[in-house]
Design a protein around this ligand. Structure first.
Ligand code: NAP
Ligand code: MG
Length: 453
């Protein structure tokens, strides 16, 4: 079946893609299973070299990939260049792994004991539409480095960059069928990854709702699973913070990628004593946030991904919503929505509780540190967050008390490929990136050799 891929910028057709059915998915998994056996036997230094070559090929195609993402996903050109560069960096980072993925020698009586980190086999990576390039690489790069084959399903809305990346990897020398991108529906191709016994691990990024279904499906075969799900992260501003800097950086922390970011700081918690002052600093920063043609160098925010997503986001800003101020957005064709600040918002309001995945910020006042922590933790999610304070003791106290996987102090950084990324509570299971990700793509095997006394 063929599927049209639309540009969210002007609703034009960007490409028509052939989608796989169950039989074609099974055939691809079968080929991957065969290719994996040979891939795991490639000498570690050679596997490493091939990953470096893939990184170089992606680097050389940076502008091509970035422009493709601008067309397909409406990402700003500066973001899209960063995203393609992130794929390069993640591949380069894990290219060092094949020669370092060593086990241990454990002292035991009566013999010698060794552990081996074996590849799991075929890994199924399922990717959402919000960051098609980086999220794909956080799965496929460490998986390949650990000796697995990868079948990857991009989101139906945004398959183009992943398809191109797989071609580039193949041209760079990654053997045929070791890394395959399989476009299709989640309910068909993605779900087949869950039910096909030859796929031994799923690496899923997407909504908490679909993640729960996949977890239940994987239980059937005790299939290995990593989940990166939703978030409702808090940006906590204490009265002693550099308020100017906190206010000027807050818009990007929630409106970047039009808010379609699982780490988006979509709840802003402000200490009551500086609430009015902070909002007066925030307003001009929001109103000057540049929304428009994503291919322009200075644009900070493009459109939402689809008409459906825009309707969902708009439902949080309907009658009764306490809109404090809004930025601007183009009208006419394309799925545009202006940066919007709701303030103050009651903690029980759905805008404060549900992941909106759009450019809508909910502001809440708090009285003291304890209350800030309590509000920040009052959500089923626990992915990211920021703390703005000049007091080092408070920064650590609050960071330790917040139930979330990735925090930043006096900054909004979230995902850095050197360090672990993932969620507490219903934001996920397992961690990606950083030095430990390989553990999630390997099985530990223990071998005891009797030597006699
Ligand atoms: P989604 O509906 O959960 O879809 C994610 C991926 O799963 C898509 O490729 C989708 O295919 C596929 N899928 C859907 N149903 C499936 C099924 N029954 N079996 C197997 N695969 C299935 O999420 P989305 O709408 O693309 O993305 C938005 C959500 O993702 C947000 O909630 C956001 O927070 C979350 N997210 C989390 C992270 C993180 O790192 N924690 C990162 C990005 C996004 P189709 O293309 O056919 O829909
Ligand atoms: Mg979906």
């Amino acid at each position: 079946m063929s599927q049209q891929v639309l540009s969210p910028v002007d609703e034009s057709i960007v490409a028509t893609i052939e989608e796989l059915d169950v039989a074609a998915t099974d055939a691809a998994i079968e080929r991957a299973a065969r290719a994996q056996v040979a891939w795991a036997r490639v000498a570690p230094a050679d596997r490493s070299r091939l990953l470096i070559r893939a990184a170089e090929a992606i680097d050389a195609a940076n502008e091509e990939l970035a422009l493709l993402e601008v067309r397909n996903a409406g990402h700003t050109i500066s973001n899209a260049r960063w995203e393609a560069a992130n794929v390069r960096d993640v591949l380069t980072y894990y290219s060092g792994a094949p020669e370092r993925n060593f086990g241990r020698q454990i002292p035991v009586p009566g013999g010698v004991d060794l552990t081996f980190l074996e590849p799991i086999g075929v890994v199924g990576v399922i990717v959402p539409w919000n960051f098609p390039m980086p999220i794909a690489s956080w799965g496929f790069a460490p998986a390949l480095a650990a000796g697995n084959a990868v079948v990857l399903k991009p989101a139906e809305l945004t398959p183009l960059t992943a398809i191109r990346i797989a071609e580039l990897c193949c041209e760079a020398g990654i053997p045929e069928d070791v890394f395959q991108v399989l476009p299709g529906k989640g309910s068909v191709v993605g779900w087949r990854f869950v039910t096909n016994e030859k796929v031994r691990k799923i690496c899923f990024t997407g909504s908490t709702e679909v993640g729960k279904k996949i977890m239940a499906g994987c239980a059937e075969q005790v299939k290995r699973l990593t989940l990166e799900l939703g978030g409702k992260s808090a940006n906590i501003v204490f009265a002693d913070a550099d308020l100017e800097e906190a206010a000027s950086t807050a818009p990007a922390s929630v409106f970047d990628n039009a808010g379609q970011d699982c780490c988006s700081r979509s709840r802003l918690l402000v200490e009551a004593s500086v609430y009015d002052r902070f909002l007066s600093l925030l307003e001009p920063a929001v109103k000057s946030f540049e929304v428009g043609d994503p291919s322009a160098e200075t644009t900070q925010m493009g459109p939402l991904i689809s008409a459906e997503q825009r309707a969902r986001v708009a439902s949080y800003v309907g009658p009764g919503a306490n809109v404090a101020f809004q930025g601007s957005a183009p009208s006419g064709k394309g799925f545009w929505f202006p940066p919007t600040v709701l303030a103050p918002v009651d903690r029980s309001d759905r805008a404060c509780r549900e992941e909106i995945f759009g450019p809508v910020l909910s502001v809440i006042a708090f009285d003291d540190e304890q209350e800030a922590i309590e509000i920040a933790n009052d959500t089923p999610y626990g992915l990211s967050g920021s703390i703005w304070t000049r007091e080092v003791g408070r920064a650590f106290r609050v960071a330790r008390a917040i139930e979330t996987g990735t925090l930043s102090v006096n900054s909004h950084s979230s995902v850095r490929y050197w360090t672990p990324f993932g969620g507490f509570k219903q934001s996920g299971l397992g961690r990606e990136l950083g030095p430990d990700a390989l553990e999630h793509f390997s099985e530990v095997k223990n071998v005891f050799i009797r030597t006699g006394e």
